[in-house]
Ligand binder design. Structure first.
Ligand code: SAM
Length: 333
């Protein structure tokens, strides 16, 4: 099928679906306790798209050419019975199903997710130093438990990627230790530049460790060679010259890749965002609940994608970080 293209010629290929705005971590750069305390108003259950509604929207997206769906959150594994959603999505033909998680619940969930038809998992892990990790997640969660989750996913047959956001002065001292931990394990490690999205008031370019610097620090210990990637790939890839695997860096601040962005994002309450930095989404829940047909939904999505012009990261200037942003815990990264 001919993929749908936006105004800048970018095809619609991937859909990220946030299944909840809740999380069991309070990572200091994402859901700080000051902003997401006990009295925080999370979405009500009836405001969330049901699994049936999500599966229906994903089916329509698949009909428009989407080939990869990534479940995210909040923390997707805190949504009860999320493996039931995976099983429903697995019935849609020719769809790769991925999930991004903090890994805390993977030890008990990995097997059920794999059996339900999940194809791969990405685990967010910003440090292998227990003290640094406990301070970052701010709920005193031990790093060993996440490492157990990674092992459980691998044992269930799920390919694992590990994503580490790097913030200068917070966890950058552990870049080489992270690389060392995952070298030779078969799990791909990707470093992510800290972005001015979500709850990052006071974000400064100085907080970002540029991709070039991350690569240089690792290559100083184990030489690296660049790997050619696909045009729509978010990560710049490198392989260890000694054959111990691959790392990647996602340089959305220092080398933005909006030109290759083929991703749409669906919030837990059914709002469609065509850019990670788009503050307002398009409401899909209202037409869904008003009885729109699949054809009507497809027409709506086609209209939204073909009008798309977003390219925030390429237009980022010294002033844009102060603009209001959508929360990462709402849209899922
Ligand atoms: N709870 C799941 C997890 O931890 O992977 C999924 C949602 S979480 C919002 C998705 C990713 O966004 C995580 O890897 C998190 O580290 C990342 N993230 C949050 N705020 C960020 C920021 N300001 N810059 C870069 N990445 C960020």
């Amino acid at each position: 099928m001919e993929p749908l293209h936006d105004r800048l010629g970018r095809p619609l290929e991937t859909l990220r679906v946030s299944v909840t705005d809740r999380c069991n971590f309070r990572c200091v750069y994402c859901m700080p306790k000051e902003a997401f305390g006990r009295d925080h108003a999370f979405l009500d259950r009836k405001e969330l798209l049901s699994f049936e509604e999500i599966a229906r929207v994903v089916g329509v997206f698949a009909g428009l050419g989407v080939r990869t769906v990534r479940l995210t959150g909040g923390e997707p594994l805190v949504r009860r019975d999320v493996e039931r959603l995976v099983a429903q999505l697995a019935e849609i033909p020719d769809l790769q199903l991925a999930l991004t998680t903090n890994g805390a619940l993977l030890p008990q969930k990995a097997q059920a997710l794999a059996e339900a038809g999940l194809d791969r998992v990405t685990v967010s892990l910003d440090s292998v130093d227990d003290a640094v990790f406990r301070a970052l997640n701010d709920v005193d969660f031990p790093v060993d438990r996440v490492l157990e989750g990674i092992d459980a996913a691998a044992a269930a047959g799920l390919p694992v990627k590990v994503n580490a956001v790097v913030k200068r002065g917070v966890n950058d001292a552990g870049i080489v230790a992270l690389a060392e931990h995952f070298r030779g394990t078969g799990h791909t490690l990707r470093f992510i530049e800290y972005m001015d999205v979500g709850h990052t008031n006071g974000w400064r370019l100085d907080d970002v460790v540029p991709a070039d610097e991350i690569v240089k620090r690792i290559a100083a210990v184990w030489p690296l060679e660049p790997v050619a990637g696909r045009p729509d790939e978010t990560a710049l890839r490198f392989r260890y010259a000694d054959g111990a695997g691959e790392i990647g860096v996602i340089a959305s601040v220092t080398k933005p890749f909006c030109g290759g962005c083929s991703r749409a994002r669906l919030s837990a309450e059914g709002r469609l965002h065509t850019c990670l930095f788009a503050l307002r989404g398009h409401d899909l829940r209202a037409p869904l609940r008003a009885g729109a047909s699949d054809d009507e939904l497809a027409e709506l999505l086609r209209g939204i994608w073909t009008r798309r012009t977003d390219r925030y990261s390429e237009l980022r200037t010294a002033d844009t970080p102060s603009l209001p942003k959508v929360e990462m815990s709402y849209i899922g990264g």
